[in-house]
Structures are given as structure tokens and as C-alpha cells.
Design a protein around this ligand. Structure first.
Ligand SMILES: *[C@@H]1O[C@H](CO)[C@@H](O)[C@H](O)[C@H]1NC(C)=O
Ligand SMILES: *[C@@H]1O[C@H](CO)[C@@H](O)[C@H](O)[C@H]1NC(C)=O
Ligand SMILES: *[C@@H]1O[C@H](CO)[C@@H](O)[C@H](O)[C@H]1NC(C)=O
Ligand SMILES: *[C@@H]1O[C@H](CO)[C@@H](O)[C@H](O)[C@H]1NC(C)=O
Ligand SMILES: *[C@@H]1O[C@H](CO)[C@@H](O)[C@H](O)[C@H]1NC(C)=O
Ligand SMILES: *[C@@H]1O[C@H](CO)[C@@H](O)[C@H](O)[C@H]1NC(C)=O
Length: 436
């Protein structure tokens, strides 16, 4: 692609400059007549492109995707306009891309006349994640943004991009996913991304996005049937998972864990798999600082990550992030199941105390995944001498204790009522006998 040509004009603007007025006329006419056609043709040739970010010889990011953009902008005539375009062939990795010491890869893809699409990644121990996606459009580019009233850079960022995967797996999402940023929409599809690929190439193991795994439920007739797989297992054994760093225990945790996974079978049925974490076969890891504590549990093919944080305003800690990856042992597409929620507020407890819930508690992560926790006791911060602080008990435990009290009180009340009724009845009948 010849350098400097703008996105939508790639096919129309490669004309010699001397006939500029004439070519401008042709351009205007051809855009009006053939604009949609040219755009369509252009979209069809748009290929999935591969981008790589390196530090020395180490690759910190590999990305392959196609992207469509829809940008609405202000025009001189105040009517406003919307342009649609695909990531053009001249898209390339901008030198400002960076591995940031192999911790937070940044990919900047530039295209056309100073337009760019950037993706920021972060490393969360066992997983990596796209933190944000930024689009910068050069509205001075009259080829792409005709009659723009505010020439200059239009920059939009979104941090609600649901791209995350386990390390040493390729994030794969063939379905379209659109990131909305006010007047700009970016639709990504045929995405394959891996941060910190171990062999400078995509890992064979994949983390498949929800959109690819969950079937689009047909509106009529073919409602997927629920196939109960195995009978629910027994109550899980309580495990002890403490985190010790620098010879000091910084996180105390004891719990029985039962995982509840809803997934789609290869024949498009929805199945539920409920299984227990076996403490004897589980390896726990983690680390803690004064305001973040991380606990990882690995039981054979299942990895669970818990992130606890502190809200300094309320002086409470809570479980903010939970993610899981587990093998479903299926031969086809949904071999690896992953689920994540980074916006939880579970187990809120005053700093310095511990959270205790003896009752079964369901921690829902998303519609396809939940954890049933049994006899949960946890303290991720301010652990003194490897001992739990005062326990703050969950509402359910309090309710459980309330039930016998209520039942007792109700029974006592009933006895009292019966007694009073009996006494009144006796008095009445006595009175009755007297009148006879
Ligand atoms: C990169 O690899 C080349 C060839 O394998 C080697 O000569 C060079 O020293 C390496 N550079 C770094 C920074 O590791
Ligand atoms: C881009 O948009 C065109 C037209 O709407 C569509 O046919 C094409 O599949 C889209 N491509 C991507 C990568 O979303
Ligand atoms: C934007 O586009 C205009 C016109 O194509 C070009 O002159 C300018 O260098 C581009 N870059 C920026 C940062 O404005
Ligand atoms: C598992 O999750 C499904 C769907 O949320 C739910 O209907 C079912 O009752 C759960 N089973 C257990 C044992 O928690
Ligand atoms: C801390 O808690 C307060 C009160 O519930 C809430 O408004 C605030 O958003 C929380 N801050 C963080 C960082 O979660
Ligand atoms: C998956 O299959 C392997 C080998 O067939 C087996 O050892 C393992 O227990 C299975 N895992 C689950 C979760 O069913």
C-alpha cells in the first residue's frame, strides 16, 4: 500500500497531484456514486492481520484480528456524519508499542493518516487481560472525515473490554464483539491474542471467549435441553489454604469449595457440571500487600484465582476478583472453560477481622459459573501471628441462629395462647354452669 493514502480513499486517491481539481471532482463524484460499493469491496479484502510487540528478542504480545470502525463526528454543516471503515492493509505496529519490562504490553497499531488503535494489557499472575482499548482518529484527514468541523485528534478509550485468558493459552474469539465508546464503535472479530507467549508463537491451548462457547439460543423450537451430567457430589472437604511470604503468614483461608459450571456440549446442549475441589490434591499460592491479597488454588486441571482488596473509605476488605479455568474433558470446541468477574464485592469485612460463614454460601461469578463455599473462614489482611482476628459472621449464619429462636418463641407463644384460651374457656363454662 502506498504510504500516506487515507483509509477509505485507498482505492480512489492514488492519482497524480497535477490534476488535483479534476481528481478532486472525480473523487467527489466517485465517492457519491461508488462510495458504498468501494467500501464494501474494501471490507471484503480486509484480512485478519498479525501484530507483534517485542522487547529485544522476547515477544510480549501477539495479536491477530480484524476490526471494523464506526465513527460519528461533527460536520461544518452541523448535520453530523458517520463513517464506517475496516482496519486497512497499511496497518502496522507503531514504534511506540512497548513491552514495559515484560509486565504490561502496549500494542499501538497505526494506519492511514495518523489514525491508531491501541491495546493495553496487564499481567494478573496466572492470567493476562486487556485493560483498555483506545482509538485515535485524525479528523484532519479529509479523505476519511469529509467536512469535519473540528479537525484534530479524536481520542476515545474504553476499559470495559472483556478479553482475558490464562497465561500460556491463546485468547481466541471468532465471534464479533463491539466496544462502545460514545460516538465510536470498534468491532473486533477473528481475534487471537496472547500476552507473554512462551515460544514467540501462539500457544496451542486456547481460552475461548463466551460468545464462541455459548450458542446463540434459537428463538423458536430448538430450545437447548438441560442435560444433568453427574449427580451433585457430596459436601466438599474443608481445605486450609494459607499464604506465607517472608516467613510470615499474610492470608488465612479455610473452606470447602464446590464449583458449578454451566457449559455447552458439542451437540449444543446445555450441561451443568458440579464438582468439588479436593484439598489433598490442591496446590495453593499467593502473595499479599497491605491493600491487595491474591490466592491461587490449583487442583489438577482447575485453577481458581481470588483477589481481595481494601476499600480505604469504608476500612473494609472484600473479594473483588474471581476467575476460574477448568478442563471440561470434551473433545471439541469447549475443552477449556473460563469465567471471570473483576467487579465483585463479596465477603465484606472490617479490616483486622476475619470473615466467617459456616452456612453454604453461593458466590456467583457469572451466569455460567458459581462457587458453593462451605464453612468459609478467611482473613486476607492484617493477620497477626498466623491467627484469625475476631470473626464477622455472615448474615446466613445469623439467620440460621435466628430460626431456632423464632421457632422457640413461636412455640412458647402458641402454648401461651392455648393456655389463655383454656383458662378463658374454663372461666366461661364455670360462669355458664352458675347461671343454670
Ligand atoms: C537476539 O538473538 C540473536 C540471534 O539469536 C542474538 O545474536 C542476539 O544477541 C539476541 N539479542 C538479545 C538482546 O538477546
Ligand atoms: C465489517 O463490516 C462489514 C459490513 O457491515 C461486514 O460485512 C464485515 O463482516 C465486518 N467485519 C468485521 C471484522 O467486523
Ligand atoms: C492528520 O491528517 C492531516 C491531513 O491528512 C495531515 O496533514 C496530518 O499530518 C495528520 N496528522 C495529525 C497529527 O494531524
Ligand atoms: C448450578 O448452577 C445452576 C445454574 O445456575 C443451578 O440451577 C443449580 O442449582 C446449581 N447447582 C448447584 C448444586 O449449586
Ligand atoms: C468504597 O466504599 C464506598 C462506600 O460504599 C464506595 O462509595 C466507594 O466507591 C468504594 N471505593 C472503592 C475503591 O471500591
Ligand atoms: C479428564 O480426562 C483425563 C484423562 O482421560 C482424566 O484423567 C481426568 O480425570 C479427566 N478430568 C475430569 C475433570 O473429568
Amino acid at each position: 500500500m502506498s504510504g500516506g493514502s487515507s483509509c477509505s480513499c485507498c482505492l480512489t486517491s492514488n492519482r497524480p497531484p497535477p490534476l488535483s481539481l479534476f481528481s478532486a471532482m472525480i473523487r467527489a463524484v466517485s465517492r457519491r456514486l461508488f462510495g458504498p460499493l468501494l467500501l464494501l469491496g474494501f471490507v471484503q479484502v480486509a484480512l485478519t492481520r498479525r501484530f507483534e510487540v517485542k522487547a529485544g528478542n522476547n515477544t510480549c504480545l501477539l495479536a491477530e484480528f480484524s476490526a471494523n470502525f464506526s465513527v460519528s463526528y461533527e460536520t461544518i454543516d452541523k448535520k453530523g456524519a458517520t463513517v464506517l471503515f475496516s482496519l486497512p492493509d497499511d496497518a502496522k505496529v507503531n514504534p511506540s508499542s512497548n513491552c514495559n519490562n515484560m509486565t504490561a504490553p502496549l500494542l499501538v497499531v497505526s494506519f492511514g493518516n495518523d489514525h491508531s488503535l491501541s491495546m493495553n494489557f496487564s499481567n494478573h499472575g496466572a492470567s493476562y487481560k486487556m485493560e483498555s482499548l483506545t482509538i485515535a482518529c485524525n479528523e484532519s484527514d479529509g479523505g476519511l472525515f469529509p467536512n469535519a468541523s473540528s479537525p484534530g485528534l479524536l481520542v476515545k478509550t474504553s476499559s470495559s473490554v472483556e478479553i482475558s485468558a490464562k497465561v500460556n493459552t491463546t485468547y481466541s474469539c471468532m465471534s464479533d464483539s463491539t466496544v462502545h465508546m460514545e460516538n465510536v464503535n470498534v468491532t473486533l472479530s477473528k481475534v487471537r491474542i496472547e500476552a507473554f507467549p512462551p515460544n514467540d508463537d501462539f500457544s496451542k491451548n486456547e481460552t475461548i471467549c463466551h460468545a464462541d462457547v455459548t450458542p446463540t439460543v434459537p428463538t423458536t423450537t430448538l430450545v437447548p435441553t438441560l442435560t444433568p451430567t453427574t449427580p451433585p457430589p457430596s459436601i466438599p472437604v474443608r481445605g486450609k489454604y494459607n499464604v506465607t511470604i517472608n516467613n510470615g503468614t499474610c492470608l488465612l483461608a479455610e473452606m470447602g469449595l464446590q464449583l458449578n459450571v454451566t457449559y455447552t456440549t458439542p451437540d449444543n446442549k446445555i450441561a451443568v457440571k458440579v464438582f468439588n475441589i479436593q484439598p489433598g490434591m490442591t496446590i495453593s499460592n499467593g502473595n499479599c500487600s497491605s491493600d491487595r491479597a491474591f490466592l491461587q488454588l490449583i487442583d489438577q486441571s482447575t485453577t481458581l484465582n481470588f483477589l481481595f482488596v481494601v476499600n480505604t473509605t469504608t476500612n473494609k476488605f472484600y473479594l473483588k476478583e474471581l476467575n476460574v479455568s477448568t478442563s471440561l474433558n470434551l473433545s471439541t470446541k469447549s475443552k477449556e472453560f473460563t469465567a471471570e468477574n473483576t467487579n465483585l464485592t463479596y465477603l465484606q469485612t472490617t479490616l483486622g477481622k476475619s470473615y466467617l460463614c459456616l452456612s453454604k454460601q453461593m458466590l456467583k461469578v457469572n451466569q455460567n459459573f458459581s462457587i458453593n463455599a462451605f464453612e468459609l473462614h478467611v482473613q486476607p489482611f492484617k493477620v497477626d501471628n498466623a491467627k484469625y482476628g475476631t470473626a464477622e459472621e455472615c448474615q446466613m449464619d445469623k439467620d440460621d441462629m435466628l430460626i431456632p429462636i423464632i421457632v422457640g418463641a413461636a412455640l412458647a407463644g402458641l402454648v401461651l395462647i392455648v393456655l389463655i384460651a383454656y383458662l378463658i374457656g374454663r372461666k366461661r363454662s364455670h360462669a355458664g354452669y352458675q347461671t343454670i
